[in-house]
Each structure stands twice: as structure tokens, then as C-alpha cells.
Design a protein around this ligand. Structure first.
Ligand code: F0G
Length: 482
């Protein structure tokens, strides 16, 4: 990786690219932001992008593409069947992962649908380091359940564990003893564990999980959607890997897996997805679901242009100067906030900077969704759109009671190569102002609650008039500033 030191000794993330296409941004005044947030049911998913100044909702499908990706999109082979574009994508996946078979899917959750439909049945148990929302929804839809076996450090918002996404291996062993290998269709490893703050697993831990699976004859599946950050953390933090190239680490990880699926909205910096498979028997088991749910086997619901962009994007993922940008900007933001006394998840992970809403709003009860309230408050404070990753993102228990999340986080994703350091400084400034005025922020309650994936389109209202008070304080502190 490029090693550039500043003469003054400052540790700043330095962009190893330049920006050549830009998009104009708008910042509505604070009174408007309050109105728009309520029009959107206090759910940041329901805001219109034109009303958002910094869109830190996600890094999914919104990373900046490279010049090489854009130019590759021009030579796409637009055939319904047997497209050359598909052959190039399949060859790239084979080159990086060393797996013989590849099935295309239109995005990550589509791959999860195919995987779960092919393997999960009522009564089954799928162990994983931690669930992702769509993964769990597909598995439970089929009557199977998810068991989360993340190490205990993973659920502590702040410690110095470098691999908080690691599996607790003794608990994995114990679970297999308890339910029996026959009821476990596969074990799932989620690289860059999304819901605990984008935290990585070590290569060593993946090896241990693979050894347990092998001993019991259980398939091992990798969700590689967030692999790019995880690769960089392995290279940075795992002493045994510091002299390995990103390509070698990727190959080594892949060699442990039976199946690797991914969202190419994240891995590959484009939009799409796919499933790489080691054995033909597994390919045959999933293959017929592709034309049923996705599209013909050589496009799987993706545009051929996007597929060409993924081919180049996957290659660029092997470049440290490309994959270091996300984690470095995220670490800058998290460390700056921490320095100012604001509770964040540490060490900084991938994907985004995560505010610890339980501490930030320790006066808001979990039943009033502190992470959701913080998301609404930050949009009002600065036009910054984050994503609730707490109790709102959970599904209710079968008896209708709330399932309180282990962590109440507000995720501020850093789409790769999209925002400059001064914009990141602006977000830090508004978070700090909000922290200083946190006692003004209250909770939320549902007015419309969908039964599945409620965080996507549920609507809420503030408990009390706290948003009016917040707007008044903003005006008092910032005068005529937007
Ligand atoms: N697995 C992981 C680890 C993910 O982070 C995501 C998506 C998916 C699967 C599903 O992929 O969106 O292409 O269908 N995460 C996005 C996010 C939505 O904002 O974190 P998808």
C-alpha cells in the first residue's frame, strides 16, 4: 500500500484517487429537515435523496466507480443466454476464489434466498457469527432458525480486540453436539460482520471454524459481501498475514469454504450478486432456482453492464490502495468522535462509523428505539442520513414482544471514494453538536409497523415535542446557518 507521511506528523487519510464526476448537493434549512423527517415517518429509509446532504445510509450500490469500471461497461455483451460478459465474470470469480462453479443473482439477498431455499427446512439450525437482517429473514421464513456465536468481545462496543467478528469456537462445538450435525445445513461466516459495526474475523478463526465443520461433515458458507474491508483488516492486524498479498489472503479464505456468496453492491463496487460453488452437487442443487427467481443462468437478473463493472471491481478489490480508503476514513471519523468524548464502536470497523446510541441517548428507553431516535435527530441536526442498527432492525418475537437488540447503533456508512475529508469533518461537527444537546432528544413510537423487515418501511412519530426544541436550539446556536 502507498505509504505517504505528512511532514507535520498529522495522521490523515489520503485519497489515492481523484474525482472527475461530481453531483450537486442540497442542504434544506433545519425547519425543513424537521418537516421532511416527519413526512418520512422518522425513518431515514423513507427520506428522498434530494433532501439529504450526506447520504451515510449505506455503502450498498453507492460507492464511486473507477474510470476502468465505467469504460468496461461499454463493451458488455447483451445476450439473454451465453453472454461473453457472464463468461468474464465467472472467470474472474474463479480466478479470485478458485471455485469451479458460479451462479449469478441480482443482489446479495437473492443469493440468500436461493441458498436458504435449497438447504433449509423446518427445525434446522444455521450457526453464524452474527445474523444479517435479510439472511435471517430468509432462513426463518423456511422454519429454520439462526444461532449467533460471535465471541463475547464482539458485543462489547468498546475494547481493543482486533477481530470482534470472530466465532466463539467452543460454543460452535457445543451447539453441534446439542442439535446434531444432521440438523445443520451449513455454517455461515459473515465477513466484516455488519450488525456489530463492520467488525472483521481473522483468517485463523476462519480456519478453526472450517476445521470444526470438516470434522462434523457440515458445509461452510461465506457471506463475502463485506470481504473487502475484512481483507484489509487481516492484512493490517493479523501478524501471520502481514507479508501475504490481498490475493493470497483471498485465496486462502476461499480454500476453506464450500460456498461463497456476495452482494456486488458492496464487493465489486457495482450492483449485483452471485454464488461461487466448489462442488457440482451444490451447484445442481441451487441451479434451477436461478431461472425461477433471478433470470437465465448467464445474467441472473443483473444488467450485463453492471456485470462488466463487477469484473473490474473485483480485480480492484485486490488493490490495497483501493480497499484501504474505506477503513481509513472510517477510523478517522470514529477516532475523532472518540477524542471528543462521543460514544462510538471501537476499534473502528469497516462499512461505516457506528455511534453507540445506548450511551449517546442513555435517557431514552430501548422500547422507544434510541438508535432510531438518534437517526432522526442527526438528520434534523445536519441533513446527514444514517441507518438505525438496533431494536428497530430486529423482528418481534413470535409472541409479539419486542426483541431488544444487543447493540443500539447508528451506522454512518462511508460509501467508498464519495465524500471528502471536509464533508466528513462536517458530519463530525454535527454529531458533536447533537451530543452536546443530547438531553433534548427523546424517543420514537410506531404509527405503522410492518410485520417483516419493519425498519425498511415502518413509520414512527416522536414521543413528545423534542424535535421542536431541537430545532429551536439549532437556530439559537447556529443563527442563519443551514
Ligand atoms: N449480507 C451482508 C453482510 C450485507 O451487508 C448485505 C447488505 C446483504 C447480505 C444483502 O445484500 O443488499 O445486495 O441484497 N447490506 C446492505 C447494507 C443492505 O446497507 O448494509 P443486498
Amino acid at each position: 500500500m502507498a505509504n505517504v507521511k505528512f511532514h507535520g506528523g498529522k495522521a490523515l487519510p489520503l485519497e489515492m484517487h481523484k474525482v472527475r464526476i461530481v453531483q450537486k448537493l442540497f442542504l434544506p434549512p433545519v425547519e425543513e429537515r424537521k418537516r421532511l423527517m416527519n413526512e418520512a415517518g422518522n425513518n431515514t429509509f423513507l427520506l428522498q435523496n434530494r433532501d439529504v446532504f450526506m447520504d451515510m445510509l449505506t455503502d450498498s450500490g453507492v460507492n464511486a466507480m473507477s474510470d476502468l469500471q465505467q469504460s468496461a461497461m461499454l463493451r458488455a455483451d447483451d445476450a439473454y443466454a451465453g453472454s461473453e460478459t457472464y463468461n468474464r465474470l465467472k472467470a474472474k470469480v474463479r480466478e479470485l476464489f478458485g471455485m469451479e462453479w458460479f451462479l449469478p443473482a441480482h443482489q446479495g439477498r437473492a443469493a440468500e434466498n436461493v441458498l436458504a431455499t435449497a438447504y433449509c427446512k423446518p427445525g434446522d439450525v444455521v450457526p453464524m457469527n452474527f445474523h444479517f437482517t435479510t439472511t435471517k429473514a430468509h432462513i426463518t421464513r423456511l422454519g429454520a432458525r439462526v444461532e449467533e456465536l460471535i465471541c463475547k468481545e464482539g458485543l462489547e462496543p468498546m475494547n481493543d480486540c482486533p477481530f470482534k467478528g470472530n466465532f466463539d469456537i467452543p460454543r460452535l462445538e457445543a451447539l453441534i453436539q446439542e442439535v446434531g450435525a444432521a440438523h445443520i445445513p451449513f455454517v455461515r461466516i459473515e465477513a466484516g460482520t455488519n450488525l456489530v459495526g463492520g467488525q472483521p474475523l481473522s483468517l485463523e478463526n476462519m480456519r478453526q471454524v472450517a476445521a470444526v465443520c470438516k470434522k462434523h461433515g457440515i458445509k461452510l458458507v461465506l457471506d463475502a459481501s463485506l470481504l473487502q474491508d475484512n481483507l484489509w483488516f487481516i492484512k493490517q492486524r493479523e501478524a501471520a498475514c502481514k507479508d501475504m498479498s490481498i490475493r493470497e489472503i483471498t485465496r486462502e479464505i476461499a480454500s476453506l469454504m464450500d460456498i461463497i456468496y456476495f452482494s456486488a453492491r458492496k464487493l465489486g463496487f457495482a450492483r449485483g450478486g452471485g454464488i461461487a460453488i466448489r462442488d457440482q452437487a451444490d451447484e445442481l442443487r441451487m441451479k434451477e432456482l436461478i431461472p425461477l427467481y433471478e433470470g437465465f443462468l448467464t445474467y441472473g437478473g443483473m444488467s450485463v453492464r453492471e456485470m462488466e463493472a463487477i469484473v473490474v471491481g473485483l480485480d480492484e478489490t485486490m488493490d490495497e490502495d483501493v480497499i484501504s480508503q474505506g477503513p481509513q476514513f472510517i477510523a478517522y471519523m470514529a477516532n475523532e468522535l472518540h477524542r471528543r468524548g462521543i460514544p462510538v464502536v471501537l476499534p473502528a470497523g469497516g462499512l461505516g462509523c457506528h455511534l453507540n446510541a445506548s450511551l449517546f441517548l442513555d435517557h431514552v428507553p430501548q422500547s422507544q428505539y434510541p438508535a432510531g431516535a438518534l437517526a432522526a435527530a442527526l438528520y434534523i441536526a445536519g441533513g446527514v442520513r444514517g441507518m438505525e442498527r438496533g431494536t428497530l432492525s430486529e423482528q418481534r418475537n413470535e409472541d409479539g414482544s419486542e426483541r431488544f437488540a444487543e447493540l443500539e447503533l447508528l451506522r454512518l456508512a462511508l460509501p467508498r471514494r464519495v465524500y471528502t475529508l471536509s464533508q466528513v469533518e462536517y458530519a463530525i461537527d454535527r454529531v458533536q453538536w447533537l451530543y452536546e444537546n443530547r438531553r433534548l432528544v427523546g424517543g420514537l413510537r410506531f404509527v405503522e409497523e410492518p410485520s417483516v423487515l419493519r425498519f425498511f418501511f415502518g413509520r414512527l412519530e416522536p414521543v413528545g415535542d423534542w424535535q421542536d426544541k431541537l430545532v429551536a436550539k439549532f437556530r439559537a446556536d447556529f443563527g442563519d446557518s443551514l
